[in-house]
Structures are given as C-alpha cells and as structure tokens.
Design a protein around this ligand. Structure first.
Ligand code: ZN
Ligand code: FE
Length: 242
C-alpha cells in the first residue's frame, strides 16, 4: 500500500494548513480550512482534488474557508460533534473514541477540550501522524479560552500517550516565541537549548518549525512536562501574562 502524503503550507498570519492525500484513491483532505484561497493554491500546486475537510474546532481561522471550498468541490466536511452548532456546514460529526477511514487508513478521533470545549484531534494510525489543532503546539499549547487548566492538562496528557515517534502537525507557527518562554521555565534543559537554536536558524531562513513529534515535545515542551494539573496551570498562567 502506498502511504498517505502530507503537504503543509503557511497561510493567514501564522496559521498552517495541511493537505492529506491518498495516491491510491486520489482522495485529499484539508485539515481545517483557514483560508480557501490558500487551500486552493496548495491543491493546484500538488495537482490534487479536494474531497474532505477535517475540522478540529470552531474558531474562524480554522473554519472560514469551509463554505467556499464546499461550494466549489462538494467535499465532505467532518468535524467536532460538540461544536456542530457553531460550524453549520458539517456533513458528519465525530467525538472522542470514534474511528473512521481515510485513504484506507484508520483515523482515531481524540477529544482534547481546553482551548475550546469541543476540540477534536485526528490520529492517522498507520502513518502515525496526529493533527492537534490549537491544543498542542511545538513547545507550546493553546490558550484556554473555553475550558479550564485541568481540562487542558488532561487533553495534553492524552496526546502525550501516543507513541513518541508520532508526527505532530498543529494549527500555528508560534514556536520561536514559545521557545523563548520555555527557556525562562527550564533554562538548563539541554534538549530545549539545542532546539531553540535550531528554531532560530529555521525562522531566519523563513522555514517552518513544524511538524514536530510527540517524543521531541516530551523532551522540550514545558507544558507537557509540567507533571500535574496544578503545575501546568501555573506555567500556562505565566505564559498568558508573559
Ligand atoms: Zn483556535
Ligand atoms: Fe487557531
């Protein structure tokens, strides 16, 4: 079986879009729809035709392109059951523990509330790729807009249990600012120091710092490394006020 192909592209101010393509069936999914034009350009560049959109959460910078893309391609839109009232274009809803297939591969749905209450993440089990939306970022995590710190800590802990080699794509390029903050929390973390300089080099060249991996985040992400909900809450509050 030929494996799925993943194509990441930057859009809006600091968002990422990702296309997932199955070379066998030709099916192509957009992870979220931050910007219809950017998604269309990426499709054109790759020569792929959109068949699905997989939505992580209701925020505008993840959903505003859905209407346009759906009108043009009649693609099938799958998104979070708990936010179906906020995303009125969903064809199919999913919640924690659901499994569906895309391109012959099992996709496990993991609910990760905190940033929003209904956030879902998609784990492509054979490729071992997870799309974490605005829950887990490289060296960071999403702001807690709708949930509470304990909820977010539990969500991050679920992602931390995925195999360390799991590849992580997320919604934003916030890594350089996250690295700076992380070093204020763990100034002696050698893996973090090394990664921070690699990130600076990548950003100087205008290159993305994503995707990352669960293993790398476990070594360097101060939010994942907090150890318990109370410590996580303290670090999250410090970042919010940084
Ligand atoms: Zn968001
Ligand atoms: Fe976002």
């Amino acid at each position: 079986m030929a494996g799925l192909e993943f194509h990441q592209f930057a859009c809006l101010t600091d968002n990422y879009g990702v296309l997932v393509h199955d070379p066998v069936s030709g099916d192509t999914a957009s992870i979220d729809a931050p910007d219809a034009q950017a998604v269309e350009s990426a499709l054109q560049e790759k020569g792929w035709t959109l068949t699905h959109i997989l939505v992580t959460h209701h925020h505008w910078d993840h959903t505003q392109g859905i209407d346009d893309l759906k009108a043009k391609t009649k693609c099938h839109v799958i998104g979070p059951k708990e936010e179906a009232d906020k995303i009125n274009t969903l064809d199919e809803v999913k919640t924690d523990g659901d499994r569906f297939t895309f391109g012959g591969e099992n996709v496990d749905v993991i609910s990760t509330p905190g940033h929003t209450l209904g956030m879902i993440n998609f784990h492509f089990t054979q490729s071992n790729v997870v799309f974490t939306g605005d829950t887990l970022f490289a060296l960071g995590c999403g702001r807690i807009f709708e949930g509470d710190p304990e909820m977010m800590w539990n969500s991050l802990s679920k992602l931390a249990e995925l195999p360390p080699e799991t590849i992580v794509y997320c919604g934003h390029e916030y890594t350089q600012a996250n690295a700076k903050f992380s070093l204020s929390i763990e100034p002696d973390n050698k893996a973090l120091i090394k990664r921070a300089s690699q990130i600076d080099a990548l950003r100087t060249e205008g290159k993305p710092t994503l995707p990352t991996s669960i293993g790398l985040e476990l070594e360097t992400n101060v939010f994942l490394r907090a150890g318990n909900a109370a410590e996580f809450a303290r670090i999250r509050a410090a970042k919010d006020n940084a």
